[in-house]
Design a protein around this ligand. Sequence first.
Ligand SMILES: Cc1ncc(COP(=O)(O)O)c(C=O)c1O
Length: 443
Amino acid sequence: MTASESVIPNNLDAFFMGFTANRQFKEKPRMVKAAKDMHYFAADNGRAILDGSAGLWCVHAGHCRQPIVDAISAAAGELDYGPTFNFGHPKVFELATRVTDLAGENFTHMFFGNSGSEAVESALKIAIGYHQARGEGSRTRLIGRERAYHGVNFGGMSVGGIVTNRAVFGPGLPGVDHLRHTHLPGQNKFTRGEVEHGVELAEDLERLVGLHGAQTIAAVIVEPFAGSTGVLPPPIGYLKRLREICDKHGILLIFDEVITGFGRLGTPFAEQYFGVTPDMITCAKGLTNAAVPMGGVIMGPHIYNAFMSGPPHVNELFHGYTYAGHPLAAAAGLATLDVYRDEGLFERVDALTDLWADTMHALKDAPYVTDIRTIGLVAAIDLEGEAGAPGKRGFEAGCKAFEEQDTMVRIAADSIILSPPFIISENQIDELATNVRATLEAL
Ligand SMILES: Cc1ncc(COP(=O)(O)O)c(C=O)c1O
């Protein structure tokens, strides 16, 4: 097979693709067949596609990195599968220690699942179990936030705040309520990092405590910045205030760091970037550089220790997944953390942040742009929607970027979201912005 030979199958019908306009895709597929470092290679003609979104915000170290490939290959030939219910294998214990060390001294234990969605379900159940174990079984209520995305399972969907989820799949779990979102486009515009206005929105938690009673609330879950609904950095002081209110009322605070975990803001986790310590952190994506599915919940000693009572032969946590801590994922995770450390990739994100923000904000005068928000190595470029067809302009921009500018970007409604791998060069940051501008000019 030559590099430019098409490998697109004749029949695309059988695969029901999630989060995809299936009919449009199957008529005009945007298919990739290989990847290396900052690029994908298209399945039709082999052209290189600049990866402006690190896949789905997950390939932090770039594609097909040799140490990770080698670690997975070796693991596959050594231990293809090993249960982690009542048995174990060394690498998963090593990985838990490495990740908790990275999260800092407040974090000591880790639970493993296979995705961000499973991490969220697990954290919510651990929160309820924690209160139960401490004799506060009335604390079962979960608080999320409008415009939050916490994955697609029923718990995550319920604490999430995305209208389509609710409109299509029903009300979700009972006993869930939501804080107001923090997006104030009238007040915060063309922002870098945390936004100036909106800290008072944290007081919404006091309103929910007043409505439901603190003794019914188990946990509050928030993304440090909302990612999938358009990159909404928090107001200055907002997360700190949420932490204070949680402490005052005995409510656990969970940061969903599925996107922000492993360096996206230049620190290992966003909790370090914002200087606010949650009780639990959910993670996935960058944990294995996305090379093998894996997610998890990182927690402080108070959470783990609360479960360590009862007779010693009884499971302390009645929850788990067959593939939890899978040997291939554990090997990928360890190799990934080595790459992050050896190449100083989190520090690289920090060093690139100003150049990134300057380059992205220079798109302000491109056609249709109404707002730009940057934080860490992330940018959202809001476009003026087409009258009567919300999301259409964004969708067309995403398709055009791939087809005409050889660039992969992520689209959230009418926003272009950029979150490249951390190995992006200064020139490639320029190239990405140039390609986005050309895409908008061609719309
Ligand atoms: C904040 C957050 N939580 C959870 C998820 C779900 O992760 P997954 O798609 O791995 O289930 C995502 C995915 O983008 C996310 O951004």
